[in-house]
Design a binder for this molecule. Structure first.
Ligand code: SIN
Ligand code: CO
Length: 396
């Protein structure tokens, strides 16, 4: 698909237009982004998920018994929902795309963005008045109205140190002024794109308000630098050290002089400036699973011959829900396949296939190195046999 083709989900903008004018820059309201949208989940099913072990869920009550803006964390006992007031609360469930395949399918509509930038789809349910208060997120998000109506108000770009209400578990802005014209009620299928740092406030206007937040990930400077330094550090020899051969005798032996600081700076920046290793780290970090314990490795290693036989009998492999894949070419033939925070060198077409949405069946065996890599990914938990997966699939 050309990046100049108009996309209905971007209100007729092309991917190129959107990336130039909106992505990370300006919000965009898209009426009818998904026309005739039918939410793949009901409020009851969302509540059911919030009661499951291992699912990240929160309940936010604006006027809780324990004070304003009370937050409770799941998993919940299902009786909790009967104790809530008629209005002014919100249930939020993270990573619903990991548990509901029809929700995961929505992610394909965002293929005009790098898939490794995606974080998850969070879904919220709220009765009338329910909200999480005016706040700022540090990530890009597409807020898709799934059911019912939600009023969204935007308050513009907010500095990092904007005051927040003290003494509660939520980061709610002390001051929120709606920008003229940035006040809309979204209906099912409408979508609002927000770049990081924009103050926003979404309040349910109906009994059945479901909002899907398609969120993106971008490491902070702190995370990127510490994580890259850790990755690099594991590969550096102990003999690589600060050195000062040829230095002049110090004027005062207690002084940390400019030359010493400059030497350390050159040493650190020169060691960090390693594009090949940086690419290897980057692929690993951007494919790290959101929940490491959802990746279940095989206890007994799979023999590649056994895997080949099973595929030839017609079995299919699937990518485990929540597993992340990306690839990077090393040269014209070879690539690194990144999967769930790890990297493996393989033939480029094999890396592309594995990181795509295409089926993984016996046809994949035509690619050199496929049996060994598929077996390794199966053992790591990034892939699963389709027929076995059905049996222990999440029951929402
Ligand atoms: C919500 O769905 O209630 C909140 C989503 C958000 O503001 O990020
Ligand atoms: Co938000």
């Amino acid at each position: 698909m050309s990046s100049d083709a108009p996309l209905p989900m971007l209100g007729g903008l092309s991917a190129a237009d959107f990336l130039r004018d909106h992505w990370q820059r300006r919000p965009l309201l898209i009426r009818g982004a998904f026309s005739g949208f039918e939410c793949p989940l009901t409020p009851d099913e969302l509540a059911g998920l919030a009661c499951e072990e291992g699912v990240e869920a929160r309940l936010v009550e604006e006027h809780g018994e324990g004070g304003p803006w009370q937050v409770r964390h799941g998993p919940f006992d299902e009786t909790v929902f009967g104790t809530l007031p008629e209005r002014d609360w919100t249930l939020l469930v993270q990573a619903v795309d990991h548990y509901v395949p029809e929700v995961a399918e929505l992610l394909e509509a965002f293929d005009f963005l790098p898939r490794w930038r995606l974080d998850d789809i969070m879904i919220s349910y709220a009765p009338p008045g329910g909200s999480v208060g005016p706040h700022v997120d540090q990530y890009d998000v597409f807020l898709l109205q799934g059911m019912g109506r939600r009023r969204w108000q935007l308050g513009g770009l907010v500095p990092d140190d904007a005051p927040i209400i003290a003494g509660i578990d939520l980061r709610i802005l002390e001051r929120f002024e709606v920008e003229a014209g940035n006040d809309w009620v979204l209906e099912p299928g409408d979508m609002l794109y927000l770049p990081p740092g924009w103050a926003h406030h979404g309040v349910s206007q109906s009994d059945d308000c479901l909002t899907l937040s398609v969120g993106f990930r971008a490491p902070s400077a702190d995370e990127a630098i510490t994580s890259f330094a850790d990755y690099l550090g594991e590969q550096l020899p102990a003999s690589l050290r600060y050195s000062d051969a040829g230095m002049a005798a110090p004027g005062d032996p207690a002084e940390l002089d400019d030359e010493a600081v400059a030497r350390m700076r050159r040493f650190i920046l020169g060691t960090l400036d390693d594009p090949a290793r940086l690419a290897q780290w980057f692929g690993r970090v951007m494919t790290q699973p959101k929940y490491v314990d959802q990746l279940v490795p095989n206890e007994t290693p799979t023999a590649p011959e056994a895997l080949v036989a099973r595929l030839q009998e017609g079995a299919e492999l699937i990518r485990s829900p929540g597993s992340r894949f990306a690839w990077r070419a090393l040269d014209e033939q070879d690539a690194t396949l990144f999967a769930d925070g790890d990297g493996a060198e393989c033939a480029l077409p094999l890396a592309r296939l594995l990181a795509s949405e295409a089926p993984l069946d016996a046809e994949a065996l035509a690619l050199p190195g496929a049996p060994e890599l598929l077996a390794a990914l199966l053992d790591a938990g990034s892939l699963a046999w389709a027929d076995e997966f059905e049996a222990d699939e999440f029951e929402g």
